[in-house]
Write a protein that binds this ligand. Structure first.
Ligand SMILES: Cc1ncc(COP(=O)(O)O)c(C=O)c1O
Length: 488
């Protein structure tokens, strides 16, 4: 593995799936098959046609020479084999429904009903959904908390060991690496500890598909020996939205079982434009060279420097000074919330990945040498937009509630409480109740509350803070009335 070692590996310049689609489209085929737009022959109207024309010409279906994602033997298999070679794993799969489907299949393919599974509390909702579908018993590990950022990070090996002492029948560990904000942590000792006990470690690496791009980036969980790794190629590689990868890196898990669930969970009509973009994205990262890395490094360093010179904002430094360089987290120095900053950036036409009460998160492009990106234009617009704006919400003397803080490892025995009736309580009075719904600030899609979880003082404070500063939520019907569904 390692792009720099095989940056000149000619094999990785091939794009077999894209090539067969291109060839097919160039033959001016006559379609008597799905999809109904017939290679783009049927137009909706003039205004949409220019946007879709080219992409519809490769929006094909499982014709003989175009292979079949669910039973690949030709171009798709070749493309997946190149993917596995680029990442240095046994087997890789293309995913057309994001890391969401990868996380579900990885969990359902490895974990059985009733299994005790360790997972960090600040995981994406797809992890918790997967555990719920398998009827596993999650033991939620408390992540480290970074006070200055006001966000949770990874888990320590100490936490994993303590959890193992309390739950020695643990059957699997599911972790998120890196975090949404680009923080990384020491995975190797956790994986070694788990493997000594034959426990597989499954990693949601949704934000780390580019980590094989060289030493400017943190190591991928694959290098640390994780058994299964899921990556959203569409998040940091140039792939179409929903395009993702699943890698199998061990014999401790069953490839057959994971593939079985992928076949169940993925569409029987997977999108060829998405799959071809995965082929191209793999080619892009697998041919990423040292000179590309050095170029991007200097572009990012200059961009960060210029952002830091703008009055009213500061670029945060990663805890331990190392994290994903493609992520930049900004805070206001004049008391603006992250949401207010985001709004100001948007008035200047600069759109960011997410905001929270304190931070604004930017995801940068994985440029190759000499590629242009309008960083300077962005700096100018941001400087102008910030002007002399003052805060509407007083963040001055910040108390940052840590809603992941728990005294013990919390377990969710949903089946034991599901019989109870559900009612609503005002958020301010909800401390001590057991929550009956998921409350998920989105983005990032990390639940603040999940059904079966006790509502603590910190959780109440966090929800109120998010509501006051402009957070958006998924999953709750009552929050609009400042209420929460709870078990009575
Ligand atoms: C940590 C993490 N895991 C999984 C996902 C789901 O990924 P996708 O959007 O590719 O389905 C996300 C999406 O934001 C995420 O942030």
């Amino acid at each position: 593995m390692g792009i720099l070692e095989n940056g000149d590996n000619m094999e990785q310049y091939q794009t077999p799936l894209f090539d067969v689609l291109k060839k097919h489209s160039e033959q001016q085929p006559i379609s008597f098959h799905v999809p109904g737009h017939k290679n783009g022959y049927i137009h909706w109207d003039r205004k949409s046609e220019p946007f879709y024309r080219d992409v519809l010409s490769i929006d094909a279906t499982e014709l003989t020479h175009l292979d079949d994602l669910h039973s690949p033997e030709g171009a798709i298999l070749e493309a997946e084999n190149l993917l596995a070679a680029a990442y240095g794993v046994q087997k890789s799969y293309f995913l057309v429904n994001g890391s969401t489907v990868g996380n579900l299949a990885m969990i359902m393919g490895v974990i059985q009903e009733g299994d005790i599974v360790f997972t960090q509390r600040n995981c994406h909702k797809s992890i918790l959904n997967g555990l719920q579908l398998t009827k596993a018993t999650p033991v939620l590990l408390e992540p480290e908390y970074h006070q200055q950022w006001g966000v949770a990070g990874g888990v320590t090996v100490k936490t994993v060991k303590e959890a193992y002492e309390a739950f020695p029948h643990c059957k699997a560990i599911v972790l998120t690496y890196p975090t949404y904000y680009g923080m990384v942590y020491e995975l190797t000792p956790i994986i070694e500890f788990a493997h000594e006990r034959n426990i597989p470690v499954l990693i949601d690496e949704a934000h780390g598909a580019h980590f094989i791009g060289g030493d400017y980036y943190p190591d991928s969980a694959i290098k640390a020996g994780a058994d299964v790794v899921v990556q959203s190629a569409h998040k940091t590689l140039p792939a179409m939205t929903m395009g993702s990868f699943l890698h199998i890196n061990s014999t401790l898990v069953s490839t057959k079982q994971i593939n079985h669930y992928l076949r169940i969970l993925q569409s029987s009509s997977p999108s060829y434009p998405i799959m071809a973009s995965l082929d191209l994205a793999r080619h892009y990262i697998a041919t990423y060279k040292l000179e590309d890395q050095r170029y991007l490094e200097s572009m990012i360093s200059s961009f960060k420097g210029k952002l830091n010179e703008i009055n009213g904002i500061t670029v945060l430094t990663y805890p331990g000074s190392f994290g994903d360089p493609l992520k930049i987290t900004i805070q206001s120095t004049t008391g603006l919330s992250g949401f207010e900053l985001q709004e100001l950036f948007e008035t200047a036409g600069v759109y960011t990945e997410l905001a929270d009460p304190y931070n604004l998160l930017l995801i940068l492009p994985l440029l190759k040498k000499d590629a242009f990106y309008p960083f300077d234009e962005a700096v100018q617009r941001i400087r102008k937009a910030l002007g002399t704006k003052n805060s509407a919400v007083e963040m001055g003397n910040r108390h940052i509630p840590n809603y992941f803080k728990k005294n013990t490892f919390s377990t969710l025995y949903l089946d034991q409480i599901q019989q109870k009736s559900i009612g609503t309580v005002p958020i301010e009075q909800s401390e001590g109740y057991i929550c009956a719904e998921s409350i998920i600030p989105y983005p990032p899609g990390i639940p603040i509350l999940i059904p079966g979880e006790e509502i603590t003082k910190e959780i109440v404070e966090s929800i109120l803070l998010l509501l006051e500063t402009g957070g958006r939520f998924q999953g709750s019907s009552e929050l609009i009335n400042r209420k929460i569904n709870v078990f009575k």
